[in-house]
Design a protein around this ligand. Sequence first.
Ligand code: GAR
Length: 212
Amino acid sequence: MKIAVLVSGNGSNLQALIDAQLAQHCSGTIVGVISNKADAFALQRAKQANIETQVIEHKVYPTREVFDDAMHQQLLEWEVELVVLAGFMRILSEKFVRAWEGKMINIHPSLLPLYKGMHTHQRVLNTGDVFHGCTVHYVTAELDAGPALLQGVLQVHQHDNVETLAKRVHELEHVIYPQVVEWICNQTIQHQAGQAFYKGQPLLKPLQLCQM
Ligand code: GAR
């Protein structure tokens, strides 16, 4: 399966996917990385791994739709079958999302449907939640709301702050994202008519990996 990874920043999740591929834990191939930021460190990670990169800067395009069209064309050129959003910090147009529905996944630093949007670690601390984590989900037009596939769950410790939670959530992300990508590549997870399936059964709630 040909995979493209879309990034905006550090790219530690991209690195986890590259490492899984190098360790032959991924039956797919990352054929390209697109960044909407020219200075994203993720681009260096891709180059280091000899993966083709493209910078498609949103700010040089007049509208979201035209920017998304440029990405769409690149994905078609690479003959991409799975789009992996890994810290890609742009909202995608409905047309783009529909074109890639069932073929595009995202990772979000919270236990969705809790804490869609930004600043998830701070919001968890403000609420005093006992559990926190991250979610891999199919992307739909509604932000952070598509069918959830796998969650990494951790217990919030008394001494946790935004930095420690961010670090602990990242560590979980680096485990669950390559796992889901592999499940999609080997068809353990499939998508049909807006619904996710795991081993042929409808996935009514996300699978969970708990790390207390
Ligand atoms: C990750 O924590 C990911 O969950 C988050 O951005 C970070 C990217 O880190 N994504 C979102 O917040 C999307 N809503 P990385 O660049 O080191 O992979």
